[in-house]
Write a protein that binds this ligand. Structure first.
Ligand SMILES: [Ca+2]
Ligand SMILES: [Ca+2]
Length: 236
């Protein structure tokens, strides 16, 4: 009985130490803005800020201020993620999934979005984007963003909109996000994303107690070896 109680207390202390270590690691802001790309280009995957964007099939692209797009792409003065659809270049297939190998989880705090191109009226640039978050521990959250159809490429119009995010995003710890552009019920329509703002939680790099003990043993062994060598040198 006494042993069981002690065991429980030790585990509680270890859990408290781990919790404080996780808090110390903290949440940090990350902006995924595709600024690591210098020009418009089509890619199998696009990576920025520690996050990777992968279409269900086909390719996706980075559009640099709407340049090298035909017809002219929505522009915001910087590079942005460009998601197409079958029959376009890039021929992206929905959904596009955003994942990270760097962080344990993240929260979505901001997002800019736009039509892919100024062909909104002609029926293949999305009229809405469904954003779906996969929750740490299971389940999903989702919000639909409406596109305003305003898009004149590098002209004077404001092509990109800043998402008004639902309140649940600020408390939703996510492991991935999915994006799909819709016209009506058809989920395979074209759009752009930029300035995806996140609060990330870093993976805790605490060593295992076992590996700490092994590390201590290795250090002790190295010290013993050096000490024996020094003694041998002195006695020669
Ligand atoms: Ca950008
Ligand atoms: Ca727009």
């Amino acid at each position: 009985m006494r042993f069981t109680r002690l065991f429980g207390l030790r585990h509680a202390a270890a859990a408290a130490a781990l919790a404080s270590a996780t808090l110390a690691a903290g949440a940090a802001p990350v902006l995924v803005d595709f600024s690591n790309y210098g020009s418009t280009g089509v890619h199998a995957v696009v990576a920025s800020g520690g996050f990777t964007f992968t279409p269900a099939a086909g390719t996706i692209a980075v559009a640099a201020n709407g340049t090298n797009c035909l017809p002219t792409c929505a522009a915001n003065g910087s590079t942005a993620l460009a998601v197409g659809r079958v029959g376009l270049n890039p021929p992206s297939v929905a959904p596009v999934t955003m994942t990270t190998a760097l962080y344990a989880s993240f929260r979505l705090t901001g997002l800019d979005y736009a039509e892919l191109s100024n062909n909104f009226i002609n029926g293949w640039s999305a009229s809405s984007i469904e954003v779906t978050g996969m929750l740490l521990g299971g389940g999903t959250v989702s919000q639909t963003l409406s596109l305003d159809g305003i898009n004149d490429g590098p002209g004077g119009g404001t092509d990109f909109e800043t998402a008004v995010l639902a309140g649940f995003w600020s408390t939703s710890d996510l492991v991935s996000l999915q994006f799909a552009g819709f016209i009506g019920a058809d989920d395979n329509q074209a759009f752009q994303l930029d300035n995806i703002a996140l609060d990330v939680t870093r993976v805790s790099q605490l060593p295992e107690p076992g590996s700490l003990a092994l590390g201590g043993l290795a250090l002790a062994a190295a010290w013993q070896t050096r000490r024996r060598a020094a003694v041998a040198r002195r006695s020669n």
